[in-house]
Design a binder for this molecule. Structure first.
Ligand SMILES: [Ca+2]
Length: 382
């Protein structure tokens, strides 16, 4: 699918959006709503947003106090033996869910002459509007105490789950809506380096056998049913969307896990220059083109001590997605919509831009969608 135009000035970056979109699934999506129809525009505008964000980073309005000063949370961790994981304890609290800013990533400011075309600025601003619609209204939410994985679930952890369900079946853990005959093997454990068969990605790929199977990198290529079953197997559950956001940003409403100001090198996202040659030469500021070992960015840790809440693997959460689910404003332990066609995905990935790894941004995918940027972490009641 040619979802991006051939403008050579943006083509390389647009490939990142295609990674995320998953062309084979895109064509099978249900009848588009007004929100869905705009999906194709994300990629083009995402590149432009990055370019623009980089250009205006020097004029972003900085919040009055440092995030750390306003959010003195003392992270507390526990161990969960069933899947040998570390979990962070999130005490019962109230916080503001969603976004109040009109253009948090594209503040008004002087453009650099000759660097950004007027049409690109327009696209970037339109994209920002789209991205924030479903994050409003920002509203107070109260959550009971819970624990959430410090890290994304790794391949090593997932291997133990897979060995068990291959041997003993998954009947104890499967979601009732799971397709019959479901195979929980991650897509890229079986289908190594599929992108190399696509000439458009040849220079980008550079996968090794460890890219998607390394013990310490997040398991990706898993769908929502895989994530659900793993969580049940481990004696956990998927976090709700609200829980995930609290764990990512704490209680002070910060944009990214470390604070309100964008900084390169605090998480694994797409490269700052977005050129195929730049990517293939490994000159990304964060050091990774694809998934990084979990916990590789300690300075980007969340106030509650969770790692990789911005970027690396994007993460399934438990909720169905609805663009207007914040309108209801459920105040106590919001469970999300009762039904839907897509599940919420949080945190953005190694192929996303700064705006797309904000704590409040809401992505979504069909529950049987698998892509090499999408994994998960688990939560549990305490
Ligand atoms: Ca992540």
């Amino acid at each position: 699918m040619k979802m991006c135009d051939r403008d050579p000035s943006v083509a390389a970056g647009l490939r990142a959006c295609r990674f995320w979109e998953g062309s084979e699934r895109q064509a099978r999506r249900p009848a588009a709503t007004g929100v869905h129809k705009r999906t194709r525009g994300i990629g083009a505008a995402s590149l432009l947003a990055l370019v623009f964000a980089a250009l205006v980073s020097g004029c972003t309005k900085t919040p009055p106090a440092s995030a750390a000063a306003r959010d003195p949370i003392e992270p507390k961790q526990i161990r969960h033996a069933a899947d040998d994981s570390v979990m962070m304890v999130i005490p019962a609290t109230e916080f503001l869910l969603g976004t109040a800013d009109a253009h948090p990533d594209l503040p008004a400011g002087p453009l650099v002459p000759g660097k950004v075309k007027p049409t690109e600025v327009k696209l970037a601003r339109a994209w920002a509007d789209w991205a924030l619609e479903d994050e409003r209204p920002q509203h107070a939410v109260r959550l009971k105490a819970f624990a959430i994985d410090r890290y994304e679930v790794t391949n090593a952890q997932y291997r133990k789950f897979l060995a068990d369900v291959v041997k003993n079946g998954d009947a104890r853990f499967a979601h009732p809506g799971q397709p019959k005959g479901k195979d929980h093997t991650p897509r890229y454990w079986k289908e190594f380096n599929p992108l190399l068969r696509d000439p458009e990605f040849t220079r980008l790929a550079q996968f090794t056998p460890m890219t998607f199977t390394g013990d310490h990198t997040p398991v990706v290529g898993v769908d929502w049913f895989d994530a659900y079953a793993y969580a049940r197997w481990a004696g956990k559950r998927l976090p709700t969307e609200a829980e995930w956001e609290l764990a990512a940003r704490g209680t002070d409403g910060r944009r990214w896990p470390w604070g309100n100001d964008w900084q390169w090198g605090l998480c694994n996202i797409v490269g700052e220059k977005l050129g195929a040659d730049v990517r293939s030469q490994g000159r990304e500021k964060d050091g990774y083109i694809y998934p990084a070992p979990v916990g590789s960015f300690p300075n980007g840790r969340s106030p509650f001590g969770c790692d990789d809440m911005a970027g690396n693997a994007a993460e399934w959460v438990g909720d169905w997605y609805a663009a207007d689910s914040y309108q209801a404003g459920t105040a106590d332990n919001p469970p999300g919509p009762q039904t839907g066609g897509e599940r919420v995905v949080r945190g953005g990935s190694s192929q996303n831009l700064p705006s797309h790894v904000r704590c409040a941004i809401r992505a979504r995918r069909e529950p049987d969608f698998r892509t090499f940027v999408l994994g998960f972490r688990c939560a549990k009641d305490i």
